[in-house]
Design a protein around this ligand. Structure first.
Ligand SMILES: C[S@@+](CC[C@H](N)C(=O)[O-])C[C@H]1O[C@@H](n2cnc3c(N)ncnc32)[C@H](O)[C@@H]1O
Length: 315
């Protein structure tokens, strides 16, 4: 499985092969410093092969730079985690075009509950009752193939069997895939934002492609910088498929915007991050309702409103 935070203006790449625990530590660090507006790091990607959950399996971490970075500064930042190997790891360059074609090649339709995500070349795969989402991934993340996106779509499917949210927000929307899947099913506008303006443009394009040009209320900015007079202030459903670091930082603001019985679908975290994230959100008054694991990536469904309801005892 390979997909990541696909680069928007890639020129330079640093590729590291490392162990699972170091990859996790790198994810944390890169998540902390990742901000295309403030650092040269435009995106990063973690490839865990056929994901074994073994911490010793070789994992690949690729870091992309919007402009050629200060190599020494980057090495100094990563050396405490990966060690001296960083000094012999070369910075290489790739062309943006290569990445676009590589990312679109051979993508098969993905089914997740009622949703079928497909590319333009697979329109014939759509069945009559499918909630079909056509995605042009281009330079944003979210084709449905990654374990995090698929996990969120399946969690949404289960959630929609229980109730229909009225107001929803998708933080880190990428291609807009989750927001579109939801908007199509509840037939209401979904607020959706991304720190990366390229992703927001891709999401807008995908909304038009899906004959739903007004389905997404898009914003560019980190986290929940969505506030606008005509937008809802509270949401009964929040998606946040980002990474463990930002998810932790966003916990207070996500809890604040959730309605009394609101639900948040969190992903972008590795299995070993689950306990920490659950505890962070529990401190904000949310309980863990469900969780799933796909290809090493966890998806959590957390709800506001006190403790999880106890299972009924048989009489
Ligand atoms: C893993 S992708 C998820 C895309 C899509 N929602 C999906 O489920 O496939 C994470 C997205 O979050 C964006 N992002 C990263 N940090 C963010 C932050 N602090 N606030 C908003 N968006 C962020 C990235 O640019 C990227 O598009």
């Amino acid at each position: 499985m390979r997909e990541g935070l696909l680069p928007s203006t890639v020129t330079t790449v640093l590729e590291l092969s490392t162990s699972g625990d170091k990859a996790r530590a790198l994810t944390e660090l890169l998540g902390e410093v990742f901000d295309p507006t403030e650092t040269a790091i435009s995106s990063f990607e973690i490839e865990d092969g056929v994901t074994t959950l073994s911490l010793n399996a070789p994992w690949k971490v690729e870091v992309y730079f919007a402009a050629h970075p200060d190599e020494d500064a980057v090495r100094d930042m990563l050396r405490p985690i990966v060690g001296d190997v960083i000094d012999t790891t070369p910075f290489t360059t790739v062309s943006q075009q290569d990445w676009v074609s590589a990312s679109l090649d051979g993508l098969k339709p993905v089914r997740a509950g009622r949703v079928l995500v497909h590319g333009a070349h697979d329109r014939q795969a759509v069945r009559i009752n499918d909630v079909a989402i056509e995605i042009e991934a281009a330079l944003a993340f979210g084709t449905g193939h990654h374990g995090t996106t698929a996990g969120c779509l399946l969690a949404l499917d289960a959630e929609l069997k229980q109730r229909r949210p009225r107001h929803a927000i998708d933080v880190g929307t990428g291609t807009g895939i989750l927001a579109l899947a939801l908007a199509k099913q509840i037939k209401r506008k979904v607020v959706a934002g991304d720190i990366d303006w390229v992703a927001v443009e891709v999401a807008a394009k995908n909304a038009r492609l899906n004959h739903a040009p007004n389905a997404l209320d898009l914003y560019v900015g980190p986290g929940l910088r969505h506030l606008k007079a005509d937008r809802p202030r509270h949401f009964d459903l929040v998606f946040a498929n980002i990474l463990a670091g930002p998810l932790r930082r966003l916990a207070p603001s996500i809890a604040r915007v959730l309605t009394r019985d609101g639900v948040v679908i969190l992903s972008g975290l590795l299995a070993m991050d689950v306990a920490g994230i659950v505890s962070t959100y529990r401190h904000q008054g949310l309980y863990l309702a469900r969780q799933s694991l796909r290809e090493g990536w966890a998806t959590l469904v957390m709800k506001k409103g006190g403790a999880a309801p106890r299972p009924r005892r048989p009489r």
